[in-house]
Design a protein around this ligand. Structure first.
Ligand code: A2P
Length: 271
Protein backbone atom coordinates (compact mmCIF):
# COMPACT_ATOMS: atom_id res chain seq x y z
CA UNK A 1 0.00 0.00 0.00
CA UNK A 2 1.32 3.42 -0.85
CA UNK A 3 1.93 5.78 1.97
CA UNK A 4 -0.66 8.45 1.28
CA UNK A 5 0.75 10.62 4.02
CA UNK A 6 4.15 10.82 2.28
CA UNK A 7 2.70 11.40 -1.19
CA UNK A 8 0.60 14.29 -0.02
CA UNK A 9 3.24 15.77 2.20
CA UNK A 10 3.53 19.52 1.88
CA UNK A 11 6.54 21.01 3.60
CA UNK A 12 5.49 23.29 6.35
CA UNK A 13 7.42 26.32 7.63
CA UNK A 14 9.94 25.48 10.37
CA UNK A 15 7.83 27.75 12.60
CA UNK A 16 5.30 30.50 12.13
CA UNK A 17 8.07 33.09 12.24
CA UNK A 18 10.91 30.97 10.83
CA UNK A 19 11.92 30.57 7.18
CA UNK A 20 9.68 29.04 4.52
CA UNK A 21 10.72 26.24 2.15
CA UNK A 22 10.98 27.45 -1.44
CA UNK A 23 11.73 25.60 -4.67
CA UNK A 24 14.69 26.41 -6.92
CA UNK A 25 13.30 27.10 -10.40
CA UNK A 26 16.45 27.89 -12.39
CA UNK A 27 20.18 28.44 -11.92
CA UNK A 28 22.64 30.29 -14.17
CA UNK A 29 26.41 30.19 -13.68
CA UNK A 30 27.97 33.38 -15.07
CA UNK A 31 31.62 32.78 -14.13
CA UNK A 32 33.55 30.40 -11.89
CA UNK A 33 32.74 32.70 -8.98
CA UNK A 34 29.29 34.15 -9.78
CA UNK A 35 25.84 32.63 -10.27
CA UNK A 36 22.21 33.68 -10.16
CA UNK A 37 19.11 31.64 -9.38
CA UNK A 38 15.35 31.97 -9.24
CA UNK A 39 13.08 30.47 -6.60
CA UNK A 40 9.37 30.28 -5.90
CA UNK A 41 7.82 33.32 -4.21
CA UNK A 42 5.53 32.50 -1.30
CA UNK A 43 1.96 33.74 -1.54
CA UNK A 44 1.68 36.97 0.41
CA UNK A 45 5.44 37.66 0.38
CA UNK A 46 5.73 41.43 -0.09
CA UNK A 47 8.92 43.48 -0.51
CA UNK A 48 10.05 46.78 -1.94
CA UNK A 49 12.44 46.65 -4.91
CA UNK A 50 16.01 46.97 -3.57
CA UNK A 51 15.44 45.20 -0.23
CA UNK A 52 17.29 42.16 1.11
CA UNK A 53 16.15 38.99 2.87
CA UNK A 54 17.71 36.06 4.75
CA UNK A 55 18.21 33.04 2.49
CA UNK A 56 19.89 29.71 3.05
CA UNK A 57 19.90 25.96 3.41
CA UNK A 58 19.23 23.46 6.15
CA UNK A 59 22.26 23.11 8.42
CA UNK A 60 23.28 20.20 10.59
CA UNK A 61 21.63 21.67 13.68
CA UNK A 62 19.94 24.86 12.51
CA UNK A 63 19.31 26.60 9.19
CA UNK A 64 22.34 28.29 7.63
CA UNK A 65 21.08 31.70 6.48
CA UNK A 66 22.75 34.78 5.00
CA UNK A 67 21.46 38.17 3.87
CA UNK A 68 20.82 38.37 0.12
CA UNK A 69 19.55 41.30 -1.91
CA UNK A 70 16.48 40.36 -3.92
CA UNK A 71 17.50 40.93 -7.56
CA UNK A 72 14.02 40.60 -9.04
CA UNK A 73 11.57 43.51 -8.99
CA UNK A 74 8.61 43.56 -6.59
CA UNK A 75 6.09 42.70 -9.37
CA UNK A 76 7.82 39.46 -10.40
CA UNK A 77 6.09 36.23 -9.35
CA UNK A 78 9.47 34.57 -8.73
CA UNK A 79 12.41 35.72 -6.58
CA UNK A 80 15.87 36.10 -8.12
CA UNK A 81 19.25 36.27 -6.39
CA UNK A 82 22.83 36.95 -7.54
CA UNK A 83 25.56 35.27 -5.52
CA UNK A 84 29.26 34.87 -5.24
CA UNK A 85 30.71 31.35 -4.88
CA UNK A 86 33.13 31.11 -1.98
CA UNK A 87 34.78 27.68 -2.18
CA UNK A 88 35.15 27.31 1.57
CA UNK A 89 32.21 29.59 2.47
CA UNK A 90 29.83 27.78 4.84
CA UNK A 91 26.77 28.66 2.75
CA UNK A 92 27.88 29.45 -0.80
CA UNK A 93 30.12 26.35 -1.06
CA UNK A 94 26.82 24.41 -0.86
CA UNK A 95 24.45 26.93 -2.40
CA UNK A 96 26.44 27.02 -5.66
CA UNK A 97 25.47 23.36 -6.21
CA UNK A 98 21.68 23.89 -6.11
CA UNK A 99 19.65 22.55 -9.04
CA UNK A 100 16.08 23.21 -10.19
CA UNK A 101 13.71 21.32 -7.89
CA UNK A 102 15.95 21.68 -4.82
CA UNK A 103 14.68 23.41 -1.68
CA UNK A 104 16.08 26.61 -0.14
CA UNK A 105 15.02 28.44 3.00
CA UNK A 106 13.68 31.98 2.76
CA UNK A 107 13.28 34.46 5.61
CA UNK A 108 10.02 36.32 6.13
CA UNK A 109 11.10 39.90 6.67
CA UNK A 110 12.58 41.85 3.76
CA UNK A 111 14.38 45.03 4.84
CA UNK A 112 16.86 47.56 3.49
CA UNK A 113 17.71 51.13 2.63
CA UNK A 114 18.26 50.83 -1.14
CA UNK A 115 14.62 51.72 -1.75
CA UNK A 116 12.97 54.65 -3.48
CA UNK A 117 11.21 55.49 -0.19
CA UNK A 118 14.54 56.45 1.43
CA UNK A 119 15.26 59.16 -1.16
CA UNK A 120 13.66 62.56 -1.54
CA UNK A 121 12.26 63.40 -5.00
CA UNK A 122 14.85 64.25 -7.66
CA UNK A 123 15.53 64.20 -11.39
CA UNK A 124 18.36 61.71 -11.86
CA UNK A 125 18.94 58.46 -9.98
CA UNK A 126 22.47 57.03 -9.89
CA UNK A 127 22.83 53.38 -8.83
CA UNK A 128 26.52 52.73 -8.14
CA UNK A 129 27.66 49.12 -7.66
CA UNK A 130 30.68 46.86 -7.56
CA UNK A 131 30.72 43.03 -7.70
CA UNK A 132 27.53 41.41 -6.33
CA UNK A 133 26.47 44.90 -5.22
CA UNK A 134 24.64 45.06 -8.55
CA UNK A 135 21.92 42.70 -7.20
CA UNK A 136 19.59 45.25 -5.55
CA UNK A 137 19.85 47.45 -8.64
CA UNK A 138 18.77 44.53 -10.86
CA UNK A 139 15.56 44.91 -8.87
CA UNK A 140 15.33 48.72 -8.84
CA UNK A 141 15.93 49.15 -12.61
CA UNK A 142 13.12 46.68 -13.39
CA UNK A 143 10.55 48.49 -11.24
CA UNK A 144 8.25 50.84 -13.21
CA UNK A 145 7.99 53.11 -10.14
CA UNK A 146 11.66 54.02 -10.60
CA UNK A 147 10.84 55.62 -13.95
CA UNK A 148 7.75 57.35 -12.56
CA UNK A 149 9.95 59.07 -9.99
CA UNK A 150 13.08 59.82 -12.05
CA UNK A 151 13.74 61.18 -15.55
CA UNK A 152 17.10 59.43 -15.85
CA UNK A 153 18.38 56.25 -14.18
CA UNK A 154 22.11 55.57 -14.45
CA UNK A 155 23.23 52.16 -13.21
CA UNK A 156 26.96 51.58 -12.89
CA UNK A 157 28.73 48.26 -12.34
CA UNK A 158 32.46 47.93 -11.79
CA UNK A 159 34.24 44.59 -11.46
CA UNK A 160 37.81 43.42 -11.43
CA UNK A 161 37.34 41.32 -14.60
CA UNK A 162 35.24 41.85 -17.72
CA UNK A 163 33.51 38.43 -17.41
CA UNK A 164 32.05 39.51 -14.05
CA UNK A 165 29.97 42.14 -15.85
CA UNK A 166 27.96 39.47 -17.73
CA UNK A 167 25.01 39.38 -15.31
CA UNK A 168 24.46 43.14 -15.19
CA UNK A 169 24.83 43.41 -18.98
CA UNK A 170 22.24 40.67 -19.43
CA UNK A 171 19.76 42.25 -16.98
CA UNK A 172 20.08 45.67 -18.62
CA UNK A 173 19.69 44.15 -22.13
CA UNK A 174 16.59 42.24 -21.04
CA UNK A 175 15.12 45.34 -19.41
CA UNK A 176 15.64 47.45 -22.54
CA UNK A 177 14.13 44.72 -24.74
CA UNK A 178 11.33 43.78 -22.32
CA UNK A 179 7.80 43.76 -23.71
CA UNK A 180 6.48 46.32 -21.20
CA UNK A 181 9.53 47.77 -19.45
CA UNK A 182 11.27 48.55 -22.76
CA UNK A 183 8.99 51.46 -23.52
CA UNK A 184 9.22 52.83 -19.95
CA UNK A 185 13.03 52.81 -19.81
CA UNK A 186 13.67 54.09 -23.33
CA UNK A 187 15.85 57.20 -23.23
CA UNK A 188 15.92 56.99 -19.41
CA UNK A 189 18.08 54.00 -18.44
CA UNK A 190 21.86 54.19 -18.94
CA UNK A 191 24.35 51.40 -18.20
CA UNK A 192 27.89 52.45 -17.31
CA UNK A 193 30.17 49.47 -16.77
CA UNK A 194 33.90 49.29 -16.11
CA UNK A 195 36.66 46.81 -15.29
CA UNK A 196 39.65 47.53 -13.10
CA UNK A 197 42.09 44.65 -13.50
CA UNK A 198 41.77 43.82 -17.19
CA UNK A 199 41.96 45.91 -20.34
CA UNK A 200 38.45 47.10 -21.28
CA UNK A 201 36.97 49.95 -23.30
CA UNK A 202 36.15 51.62 -19.97
CA UNK A 203 38.70 51.15 -17.24
CA UNK A 204 38.82 52.24 -13.60
CA UNK A 205 37.04 52.41 -10.27
CA UNK A 206 33.71 54.23 -10.12
CA UNK A 207 35.21 56.71 -7.66
CA UNK A 208 37.90 57.62 -10.21
CA UNK A 209 35.35 57.87 -13.02
CA UNK A 210 33.24 60.24 -10.91
CA UNK A 211 36.21 62.34 -9.85
CA UNK A 212 37.62 62.71 -13.36
CA UNK A 213 34.16 63.50 -14.75
CA UNK A 214 34.02 60.53 -17.14
CA UNK A 215 30.73 59.25 -15.72
CA UNK A 216 28.96 62.58 -16.17
CA UNK A 217 30.47 63.21 -19.60
CA UNK A 218 29.38 59.77 -20.82
CA UNK A 219 25.76 60.10 -19.69
CA UNK A 220 25.59 63.77 -20.71
CA UNK A 221 24.72 65.17 -17.29
CA UNK A 222 26.43 67.67 -14.99
CA UNK A 223 28.22 66.48 -11.82
CA UNK A 224 26.19 65.49 -8.70
CA UNK A 225 23.98 68.27 -7.39
CA UNK A 226 21.87 67.78 -4.24
CA UNK A 227 19.09 69.81 -5.84
CA UNK A 228 18.68 67.30 -8.64
CA UNK A 229 20.57 64.04 -8.14
CA UNK A 230 19.92 61.00 -5.93
CA UNK A 231 22.38 58.16 -5.37
CA UNK A 232 22.21 54.56 -4.16
CA UNK A 233 25.50 52.75 -3.44
CA UNK A 234 26.18 49.02 -2.99
CA UNK A 235 29.61 47.39 -2.81
CA UNK A 236 32.43 46.40 -0.46
CA UNK A 237 33.09 48.35 2.74
CA UNK A 238 36.04 50.16 1.14
CA UNK A 239 33.99 51.08 -1.95
CA UNK A 240 31.12 52.31 0.24
CA UNK A 241 33.37 54.48 2.37
CA UNK A 242 35.07 56.13 -0.60
CA UNK A 243 31.85 56.60 -2.59
CA UNK A 244 29.94 57.97 0.42
CA UNK A 245 32.75 60.47 1.01
CA UNK A 246 32.51 61.56 -2.62
CA UNK A 247 28.73 62.05 -2.36
CA UNK A 248 29.24 64.16 0.77
CA UNK A 249 31.86 66.20 -1.07
CA UNK A 250 29.24 67.03 -3.70
CA UNK A 251 26.90 68.13 -0.89
CA UNK A 252 24.56 65.12 -0.82
CA UNK A 253 23.24 64.00 2.58
CA UNK A 254 22.54 60.45 3.71
CA UNK A 255 18.93 59.26 3.79
CA UNK A 256 17.06 56.43 5.47
CA UNK A 257 13.58 54.93 5.56
CA UNK A 258 12.78 57.12 8.56
CA UNK A 259 14.36 60.25 7.10
CA UNK A 260 14.62 60.27 3.29
CA UNK A 261 17.45 62.38 1.83
CA UNK A 262 19.83 62.42 -1.14
CA UNK A 263 21.89 59.22 -1.01
CA UNK A 264 21.65 55.77 0.60
CA UNK A 265 23.98 52.79 0.77
CA UNK A 266 24.15 49.14 1.74
CA UNK A 267 27.04 46.72 1.95
CA UNK A 268 27.07 44.03 -0.74
CA UNK A 269 26.56 40.72 1.00
CA UNK A 270 29.03 37.88 0.59
CA UNK A 271 28.57 34.25 1.49
P1 A2P B 1 40.19 47.37 -7.83
O1 A2P B 1 40.39 46.22 -8.77
O2 A2P B 1 40.94 48.59 -8.26
O3 A2P B 1 40.45 47.01 -6.39
P2 A2P B 1 36.23 43.66 -4.84
O4 A2P B 1 36.11 42.35 -5.57
O5 A2P B 1 37.53 43.84 -4.13
O6 A2P B 1 35.04 43.97 -3.99
O7 A2P B 1 36.25 44.75 -5.98
C1 A2P B 1 35.19 44.90 -6.88
C2 A2P B 1 35.45 46.15 -7.65
O8 A2P B 1 35.39 47.26 -6.73
C3 A2P B 1 36.82 46.18 -8.27
O9 A2P B 1 36.71 46.70 -9.58
C4 A2P B 1 37.60 47.09 -7.35
O10 A2P B 1 38.64 47.81 -7.97
C5 A2P B 1 36.53 48.06 -6.91
N1 A2P B 1 36.91 48.71 -5.64
C6 A2P B 1 37.56 48.16 -4.60
N2 A2P B 1 37.75 49.05 -3.62
C7 A2P B 1 37.20 50.20 -4.04
C8 A2P B 1 37.08 51.51 -3.48
N3 A2P B 1 37.59 51.79 -2.26
N4 A2P B 1 36.46 52.45 -4.19
C9 A2P B 1 35.94 52.18 -5.42
N5 A2P B 1 36.04 50.96 -6.00
C10 A2P B 1 36.65 49.99 -5.33
Amino acid sequence: MTNVQTNLEVRQPVSATGPTYETVLSVHHWTESLFSFRISRPAGFRFRSGEFIMLGLEGEKKPLMRAYSIASPSWDDQLEFFSIKVQDGPLTSRLQKIQPGDTVLLGRKPVGTLVLDALTPGENLYLLSTGTGFAPFASVIRDPETYEKFNRVIVTHTCREVAELAYSKDIVDHTINHEFLGELVEGKLSYFESATREPYFRHGRITTLIENGQLFETVGLPAFDPARDRVMICGSTAMLNDTKALCEKFGLTEGSNAKPAEYVYEKAFVG
